[in-house]
Design a protein around this ligand. Structure first.
Ligand SMILES: [Zn+2]
Length: 132
């Protein structure tokens, strides 16, 4: 924490005709300000990380072996369970002809049965057959 009385001391030293002592004290305060700013940036980073963790704990769910993220109005996913469980990364699975494939770890998953897919998810299209 900054001791704001030091600014008055600096002012008093200048007023007393002791500019070298005042300058030295000013440099100490500058160094302390830089250290505080660095600490503040580190703490802001921790807050962002904790906010992300809190958001994921509220909005990430695991269904049918895949992770899904509920965002405002849209359900995102499916995300790779291997990548999230091992390194905490949300990697969206890509649909190939007969499987879902992770572009990061390469793990392949069988496509979920259409009955297991909850309506309204953003990642999988719902197939509606034409009526003849
Ligand atoms: Zn993966």
């Amino acid at each position: 924490m900054l001791d704001y009385r030091r600014f008055k001391e600096i002012n008093d030293l200048f007023a007393a005709g002791q500019p070298e002592k005042a300058r030295h004290l000013l440099m100490e305060l500058q160094s302390r300000c830089i250290a505080l700013r660095d600490e503040m940036e580190r703490l802001r980073g921790q807050i962002r990380t904790l906010e992300d963790i809190l958001y994921l704990s509220k909005n990430l769910s695991r269904e049918n072996g895949f992770y899904w993220l509920q965002t405002p109005g849209v359900r995102q996913g499916p995300f790779c369970p291997q990548c999230y469980d091992t390194v905490g990364a949300l990697i969206r699975l890509e649909k190939t002809d007969h499987a879902l494939c992770c572009p990061y770890c390469g793990q392949r998953h069988a496509l979920p049965h259409p009955a297991d897919i909850r309506p309204g998810n953003g990642g999988m299209a719902r197939i509606i057959p034409f009526i003849r």
